[in-house]
Design a protein around this ligand. Structure first.
Ligand SMILES: O=C(O)CCC(=O)C(=O)O
Ligand SMILES: [Fe+2]
Length: 215
């Protein structure tokens, strides 16, 4: 949805303690490149996880570490995490720490070990959950490409309000760590048709999370 307003850069912002939103972290060219890489890695692997509550609407593929039945229990994957994800993860955390200083202590020690590729078809959503499978308290680095999404971040105790609602657009970086590392979060909706023409996707959204699993 290119418009005059889309070309006005939104500055990086601290959403809450340990939570940073960096709009436009990836250039359009980098977005396209990330989509190509994600596509190559996940061809033939994308699966909608089956949960007790039903089949998820998001397709997932994991590298470095993976989960089987329980999304909160990791095991080493035979597929290695690609090196580029390590570099993007570290660069993302460093950029986020510029606006959320609570993340600064993690910058030097961050050891990304896992890449999760999520694909959201235009109607897909992800319910509020905690990222709890990692032993490490290192921040979660998350990148978005494709349709804009509503990202909701709550508290660490339950799914109740108040929530921080953030619109994540193609190319945006979001990092959460520190006292909000275990905050409930999810994606209640996408805004179909809002993706930039040259991002590499025709519809829907790719989200990459780069994670340290072990202490
Ligand atoms: O798609 C997103 O922005 C969030 C993904 C997420 O929370 C997860 O994969 O654990
Ligand atoms: Fe999550």
């Amino acid at each position: 949805m290119p418009s005059l307003f889309n070309s006005v850069p939104t500055p990086p912002r601290r959403i809450a303690s340990g939570v940073a939103h960096v709009p436009g972290f990836l250039s359009l060219e980098q977005q396209h490149d990330v989509v190509e890489k994600a596509r190559d890695l996940s061809r033939g692997h994308m699966k909608r996880p089956e949960l007790k509550s039903g089949t998820m609407s998001v397709y997932m593929h994991m590298l470095g570490y993976r989960t089987l039945a329980n999304l909160n229990h990791y095991e080493r994957s035979p597929l290695d995490m690609p090196q580029w994800a390590l570099h993007v993860g570290r660069a993302g955390l460093a950029a986020a720490a510029e606006v959320a200083p609570e993340l600064q202590p993690w910058v030097a020690s961050f050891k990304p070990e896992m890449l999760l590729i999520n694909y959201y078809p235009p109607t897909a959503t992800m319910g509020l959950h905690q990222d709890a499978g990692e032993e490490s308290e290192a921040p979660i680095v998350s990148l978005s490409v494709g349709d804009s999404a509503l990202f909701r971040l709550g508290n660490c105790e339950n799914r109740n309000r108040p929530w921080h609602d953030v619109q994540l657009q193609s190319g945006d970086l979001l990092v959460f760590g520190g006292e909000n590392r275990r905050a409930f979060h999810g994606v209640p909706k996408l805004y179909p048709g809002t993706l930039p023409a040259d991002c590499g996707l025709r519809e829907g959204r790719i989200n990459l999370t780069i994670r340290q699993v072990n202490l």
